[in-house]
Ligand binder design. Structure first.
Ligand SMILES: [Zn+2]
Length: 100
């Protein structure tokens, strides 16, 4: 499936030797990524789990009106709805920050 193959690209084990030192796959990064104004102390791909990637994908479909499981919103697993709330808040926070 297309989603699985794009998720598998988010795997730190696939970082090239050239990128490992740069990103900090095995230790302190030479050129840290900046996230929420802070330097990351490791490769950003170590922070994105396949599950969180998948939840963000599902949230995109949710915003287009598609629920991940059969039935109404009340039939969706609580864990999914909780994750969607977190993603909603985070997206809003990013939008607000861009407006400043
Ligand atoms: Zn890496």
């Amino acid at each position: 499936m297309a989603i699985e193959s794009s998720a598998s690209k988010l795997n730190c084990r696939k970082c090239t030797n050239e990128l490992k030192g740069f990103r900090g796959c095995n230790g302190k990064p030479e050129q840290p990524f900046i996230f929420q104004g802070k330097d990351l102390d490791r490769c950003p791909l170590k922070l994105i789990t396949p599950e969180s990637f998948w939840l963000i994908k599902l949230h995109n479909y949710f915003e287009q009106g598609f629920l991940p499981f059969e039935g109404s919103i009340l039939r969706q697993p609580a864990k999914i709805l909780e994750a969607f709330d977190i993603i909603d808040r985070e997206k809003q926070r990013i939008k607000d920050a861009r407006r400043k």
